[in-house]
Design a protein around this ligand. Structure first.
Ligand code: PLP
Length: 492
């Protein structure tokens, strides 16, 4: 692979700009001949992404190699089953890419087993939950009944097993402490499948309190203990979580969707690496890991076969073009430059946190040691919704998020979540992230909630100080121009 981009920091994308430009120009010409509005939208999306200060903690920019791998005839193949054991003929090339993706994933994460078929993080979690139910509830019931397969059970035994499968418990991190909806909350299928209880964070420090987690686990005795988060700005001690799970006979499932890139890049190691400690690990491939949109599951040997039954248990047929792209992304993440990228993500988050704090912004847990920072914007008199919208007006893309014990609820919220993976891919470093902190703090200071007719501050409406949005946009554009996205890629 050659690079057309000289002097780009290690960890940004490296690709042949002329080859990628030709590939995309030709592809857009082919697409445009059928539906020009789609070709235009694809081009516009690149222009928009290039022009925005993307600070959404769950987003990134996949490499041209990953993106190109998804646009081909692998998309046409049905391939239910697993490598070498398909329910369809002609899957030899799908076998090649699925086996490669799984091998790269095992090597990258030091895992005993990898299942790369899940279409997304939610799907990966469902695969994991049903793998645990199969191993821990279904298998013992089959053994007790002297049956090998569920079809061999009597109607009465089957009815009893179905009730048992639907009568299990899950413990997970509460939503306002940073947990995820798929960890047993009612709006998600996991909350309808399991009786759920949550552990939170210390109200004073915002940090996970392992003694409180232990006490809750002993009281609740879950089948599945979830760890992992989408808005907790600190490392989690997975060795401690496994110890607690073992004490209560629970299966530890870690959802590393957000921080998989930091695990792959060996920034989270030892007790903070979930892979050696969890029975099952689930993930997305598109967030800090910088691959295609998708999911995957890593498992200890006991759960390997059950995990492999994900399709057709809860998944539709695998997406071979995306599994191929996962293989490419995992291969990229095995390069030494990815470790530099992962470390840069965290260094940049620390710089951003320091920069915000010194400009008077309150942070949940007072800082970060991963890829995200959680701002509590109540000291500016704002809700998360107002802050998110005001920042967007000024060209800064973030998302609002609950903070622990959030007084504004899950819709308006009191927080804004900010992540560094995407802009780190663009090559932003300490100087740029300090300026980003300056821009964010400036917008928050310059935003005033509108007063409602009853003289109460509105939770949605606001005004920005005169000219602030334009000034911030100009400053952001200047920052972005120093670090072009997909430099060398020219659609013509
Ligand atoms: N798990 C966690 C912790 C997440 O943050 C998310 C997405 O935000 C998911 C799972 C779901 O991922 P997907 O959108 O790929 O289904």
């Amino acid at each position: 692979m050659t690079t057309s981009v000289e002097n780009q920091p290690v960890g940004t994308h490296s690709f042949d700009g002329a080859a990628a430009s030709a590939a995309y120009r030709n592809a857009l010409a082919v697409i445009g001949a059928v539906e020009p509005r789609v070709a235009d939208a694809i081009g516009q999306e690149l222009a928009d992404q290039r022009a925005s200060l993307k600070l959404i903690a769950s987003e990134n920019y996949a490499s041209p190699a990953v993106l190109l791998t998804m646009g081909n005839w692998f998309s046409d193949k049905y391939a239910e089953g697993t490598v070498g054991h398909r329910f369809y003929a002609g899957c030899q090339n799908v076998d090649t890419v699925e086996a490669l993706a799984a091998e790269h994933a095992r090597e990258l994460f030091g895992a005993a087993h990898a299942y790369v078929q899940p279409h997304s993080g939610i799907d990966a979690n469902l695969v994991a939950f049903w793998a645990v139910l199969a191993q821990r509830v279904e298998l013992p019931a089959l053994e007790k009944a002297g049956a090998k397969h569920v079809n061999d059970l009597t109607d009465a035994d089957w009815a009893q097993l179905r009730r048992a499968l639907g009568d299990q418990r899950m413990l997970g991190m509460s939503l306002d402490s940073g947990g995820h909806l798929t960890h047993g909350f009612r709006p998600n299928i996991s909350g309808k499948m399991f009786e759920q209880s949550s552990y939170g964070t210390d109200p004073g420090t915002g940090l996970l309190d392992y003694a409180a987690v232990r006490a809750r686990a002993h009281e609740f005795r879950p089948l599945i203990m979830m760890a992992g988060y989408s808005a907790y700005p600190r490392r989690v001690d997975f060795a401690a979580m496994r110890e607690i799970a073992d004490e209560v006979g629970a299966t530890l499932v870690v959802d590393m969707a957000h921080f998989a890139g930091l695990v792959a890049g060996k920034v989270l190691t030892g007790d903070f690496d979930p892979v050696p400690h969890a029975h099952v690990v689930t993930s997305t491939s598109h967030k800090s890991l910088r691959g295609p949109r998708g999911g995957f599951v890593l498992a200890q040997p006991e759960f390997a076969d059950a995990v492999d039954r994900g399709c057709p248990m809860v998944l539709g047929g695998p997406l071979p073009h995306v599994m191929a792209a996962k293989a490419v992304a995992f291969a990229e993440a095995r390069q030494p430059s990815f470790a530099t990228y992962a470390q840069n993500i965290v260094d940049n988050a620390v710089t951003l946190a320091d920069g915000l704090r010194k400009r008077g912004v309150r942070l949940v847990t007072d800082g970060t040691d991963n890829h995200l920072v959680l701002l509590d914007v109540t000291s500016f008199g704002l809700t998360g919704r107002q802050a998110e919208s005001a920042l967007l007006d000024a060209g800064i893309v973030t998302n609002r998020n609950s903070v622990p014990a959030d007084p504004n609820g899950a819709w308006y919220t009191s927080g804004v979540r900010i992540g560094t993976p995407a802009l780190t891919t663009r090559g932003f470093g300490a100087a740029e992230f300090d300026q980003v902190a300056e821009l964010i703090a400036g917008v928050l200071e310059g935003t005033t909630p509108t007063t409602t007719s009853s003289n109460e501050p509105s939770r949605a409406k606001y005004t920005l100080a005169e000219g602030l949005a334009d000034r911030t946009r100009d400053a952001a554009a200047e920052l972005l121009s120093g670090h072009p996205l997909y430099a060398g890629l020219d659609l013509g």
